[in-house]
Design a protein around this ligand. Structure first.
Ligand code: SF4
Ligand code: SF4
Length: 330
């Protein structure tokens, strides 16, 4: 019997999710025994034309990592959706926008101006920017369009499953692949990780006080952290209460706070708002000036509370002024 065919692809991604697949180490041999990987451009020489030549639905599943920022990524997301029975958002960027999604705090014009004109390392007196169409010596060159916003995969195409994490751990990846190959796939739309908050699997959970009464917030590099005590109890913003479990509390176990990469549980619509409201409800000070002094300990609220989820959040992006670059959507 022919083995199911799978694809692995990246869009706006750092490459960490591709590394996570390789991190399966010798277990990847078990995966290769069960499936044929027929599209994985990072690892082997596959071309878009190979996918175009496949019948629709030919791929049993595609694991797509990275967010969607360019017209080319959008086109590949549509193509792989058409060719795949299951399209899986693999990693925080595909699931909810991830780190690239933090760019939604700035307009496209601000980003292009900074990158090509204002960054201290740029020497570009003529203010040249890449053009969508150009050519020399009779050769035409087309570049993908840099879209106005970063989007999660399900804001572009229909997604069947989500594997969270930045990147997903080998254990979560293996369990997800096993579930998809089991012949009894989970319900469509499932997040393939436990649906409870990280605190429940954190080795520090017994030291988390019921009443936190924050008098200050601090950042991990500013203090010597007690390696056994709940990080929130030490005034460090730890996203554990608003974040889905499944990573086995890797960051708190390494004396660093959870930054929220597994996203929220099903009961939470907006991970950042959930964490923000629970912290603010526990600030000891009652007058505005004193509350503001406590909050000064969180100098980057968007990067703290929405590090992986801004495009998927209720805020989604900063509304920008008319964008002179030209394209209208999205
Ligand atoms: S989820 Fe994390 S590891 Fe994966 S592509 Fe995004 S930033 Fe990289
Ligand atoms: S350290 Fe973080 S994850 Fe662990 S119990 Fe405290 S808040 Fe929860």
């Amino acid at each position: 019997m022919p083995k199911p065919k799978i694809g692995i692809y990246w869009c706006a991604s750092c490459g960490g999710c591709e590394e996570a697949v390789v991190d399966l180490a010798e277990d990847i041999l078990g995966v290769v025994e069960a499936v044929d990987i027929v599209f994985w451009p990072v690892a082997m020489d596959f071309k878009k034309s190979d996918v175009l030549a496949m019948p629709d639905g030919a791929l049993a599943a595609t694991l797509l990592n990275g967010a969607i920022r360019t017209s080319e990524q959008e086109e590949m997301a549509h193509l792989l959706r058409r060719k795949s029975q299951y399209l899986v958002a693999y990693g925080a960027c595909a699931c909810s926008g991830g780190i690239p999604g933090l760019a939604n705090q700035f307009s496209r014009e601000q980003i292009l101006r900074y990158v090509y004109e204002e960054a201290p390392t740029v020497a570009n007196g003529s203010k040249t920017r890449p053009q969508l169409q150009s050519g020399s010596d009779g050769d035409a060159l087309a570049l993908p369009e840099f879209r106005r916003v970063v989007r999660a995969l399900d804001q572009v195409v229909d997604v069947d499953y989500y594997i969270p994490g930045c990147p997903p751990t080998p254990k979560i990846t293996q369990a997800a692949i096993a579930a998809l190959l089991s012949g009894k796939p989970p319900p469509k739309g499932s997040v393939l990780a436990p649906d409870f908050a990280l605190c429940a699997e954190c080795p520090r959970r017994d030291t988390k006080p019921a009443d936190l009464s924050f008098t200050h917030f601090t950042r991990p590099h500013q203090v010597l952290l007690d390696p056994a005590k709940c990080l929130l109890a030490q005034g460090v913003v730890c996203m554990g209460p608003a974040t889905r479990a499944g990573c086995e509390a890797l960051c708190p176990a390494g004396n660093m706070p959870c930054t929220g990469c597994f996203g929220p549980t099903l009961r939470v619509r907006d991970q950042g708002a959930k964490m923000l409201s629970s912290l603010c409800a526990n600030i000891a000070a009652k007058d505005e000036a004193a509350i503001n002094r406590v909050l000064d300990g969180i100098p980057d609220p968007v990067g703290t509370f929405y590090r992986y989820s801004l495009p998927h959040s209720l805020l989604r992006r900063k509304v920008d002024l008319p964008d002179p670059v030209g394209a209208t959507a999205p």
